[in-house]
Each structure stands twice: as C-alpha cells, then as structure tokens.
Design a protein around this ligand. Structure first.
Ligand code: ATP
Length: 288
C-alpha cells in the first residue's frame, strides 16, 4: 500500500535558519501518527512543506503518492487540514461557512456536521469571529472531517481546548473517524494524549527525526536506571534526569543496560513517553 506520507532528506531553511536538516519520514496508511517536537522544532514547517504551502530547500515528498505541487483538486479533496491558526472567515456565520466549504467538495457528510454542531453546542447562526478559541478549533475540525478525507493533517489540534474538549476530540479521532485505510497525522507536544491515541510517533528535534515507530516500542527502547551518586553515565549514552538532586537517575538505551548493570541500584525497564522524548531531545542536543 502506498504510504500516506513519505519524505526523504527534506531540508527547509528560512534564510540562515536551518529548520529541517534532512528529515526522513514514512507515515503508513490507516494509522494515527503523532509528530512530536518542542516549540520551534519545525513541526508546522514540516506540515506546511508536506502540503506544498511553502517551498522546501531540498528533498523529496510524496503525499498520497503525489508530490505536493502536483496535487490536483481531486486529490486535494482527499486531504483534510486543520492549521494552528485555523484561518476561518470570521465575517461568515457558522452555517454560511459550512455551506461555503460544502460547495468545494464532492464528498460531504451532512450528518457528521449536524451531529457535531449539536455535540459541541455550536450555534449555526453565530458569526465565526465571535466563537471562542476552543469553539473555533472544533468548527475547523468538523469542516475538515465532513469531506471524509483519506488523510487528515492536524497541526497542534489540542491547542486551546479544555480537558473535556480534548477528550471529545480524541474520541472523534479514535471512534468516529473511520480509520479503515485512512490516516491521521497530527503534531503535538501534549504527550499524555499521544500515548492513548497514536499508533506510531516520530520525534522531530534539531531538524531531524530522532526516532520513529510504534509508541510502545519508543518507550521500551529506553530504560531508567538509578545509580549510586558517584556514577556519571553522561559520557556513555546516558541522559541524567534531574527530578530529584538526591537521587541519581539516568535514561539509557535498552541495549546498554548490561554495560551499566554493575552500577545500577534499580532498573525501570519501560519509561513514559515524556521520558523517552526527553532522552532523544537531550541526546540530540549533545551530539547534533
Ligand atoms: P511550535 O510548537 O512552537 O508551534 P513548531 O515546531 O511548529 O513550533 P515552526 O513553527 O515550524 O515550529 O518553526 C520552526 C522554526 O522556523 C522557528 O525557529 C521559527 O522561528 C522559524 N519559522 C517558522 N516560520 C517562519 C517564517 N515564515 N519565516 C521565518 N522563520 C520561520
């Protein structure tokens, strides 16, 4: 099956600022895939590059099998996108905007629109510019879902949503969006939600993908060890956790566990996604 997204050796510079420095990524069809990265890591830049919204500085991209600039109107209808700022026409009413968008698509699920307007308590008569931040995100999500896209790309969709709305959002993605052959690609730095939602994830840091794979595997690849206070594992592959200065915890790759066994007082063989994320970012800061 053609991957939903693939890019190789992708570069993007903004003047002297090298944001993407050789990104290799393959997102399989039919999966929920999370792109993780700190503020400014280049998540939005990567997403905008994938969609052909900005020119890249080098590399190859294919989205649903096509290069971004070759994507014609038919294929574009199969890609749903919610940007960080949503960018909806504020002067329209909710109903007016829905009708405007509906006219642009061959496939459009009216029942989904009604269901979610109701569930999110969005008044069709409200002007879009009067909606709260969270209501605007919800409206943008409904508009992206109604054409039943094969690929849904969401840039930090949880931003501005309260915990209940975040939960509702995750339920839509998990239960209501028919994943058969369809793909969700979303960027975030809310890692707790990734653990419960995403099948696969990639960590973007210092312009490169530091690790990619099944979320459970990413966690299992790293272990947490407590060593005595005189031991310093930083010179090997370890990254120190500074949660409590009295305790000397390090994150280490699973395969190096045998090398540090003699100094280990306690081994926690599966870390949280936050800890794995911290490990890959810190390790990259040391070497890249
Ligand atoms: P956040 O989580 O804070 O939204 P991000 O991972 O989405 O961050 P980007 O918005 O892609 O990161 O920004 C990556 C880098 O590219 C930043 O240093 C940013 O200043 C720079 N950048 C982004 N857009 C532009 C632009 N249009 N012109 C110049 N620099 C830009």
């Amino acid at each position: 099956m053609v991957p939903a997204i693939s890019c190789s050796n992708l570069f993007k510079n903004y003047g002297p600022n090298k944001v993407l420095k050789g990104v290799d990524l393959e997102v399989p069809s039919g999966k929920i895939f999370a792109l993780l990265g700190t503020n400014g890591a280049g998540k939005t830049t990567l997403i905008r590059s994938l969609l052909g919204l900005i020119p890249t500085s080098g590399g190859d991209i294919k989205v649903l099998g096509e290069e971004p600039y070759q994507i014609g109107p038919k294929l574009r209808q199969r890609i749903g996108y919610v940007s960080e700022e949503q960018g909806l026409y504020g002067w329209m009413t909710v109903a007016g905007l829905i009708n405007f968008c509906k006219a642009l698509y061959e496939r459009w699920d009216d029942s989904l629109i009604h269901k979610y307007l109701d569930r999110f308590q969005l008044n069709p008569k409200s002007k879009v510019q009067t909606l709260s931040k969270g209501q605007t995100v919800k409206l943008a999500l409904i508009l992206a879902l109604a054409p039943q896209p094969d690929l849904l790309i969401l840039d930090e969709p949880m931003n501005g949503l309260d915990p209940l709305a975040q939960y509702e959002f995750l339920q839509i993605i998990l239960k209501d969006y028919n994943l058969e052959g369809r793909t969700v690609f979303f960027s975030t730095h809310i890692l707790a939600d990734v653990q419960s939602t995403a099948h696969q994830a990639a960590i973007l840091h210092n312009g490169k993908i530091q690790t990619v794979g099944n979320v459970a595997e990413i966690r299992k690849n790293i272990a947490k060890v407590k060593v005595n206070n005189d031991t310093d594992l930083s010179s090997s592959a370890g990254v120190r956790l500074n949660q409590n200065p009295a305790e000397n915890y390090y994150l280490v790759p699973q395969e190096t566990l045998s090398q540090v066994a003699a100094a280990s007082e306690e081994v926690i063989s599966e870390v949280t996604l936050e800890e794995a994320f911290f490990y890959y970012c810190m390790k990259s800061d040391r070497h890249d």
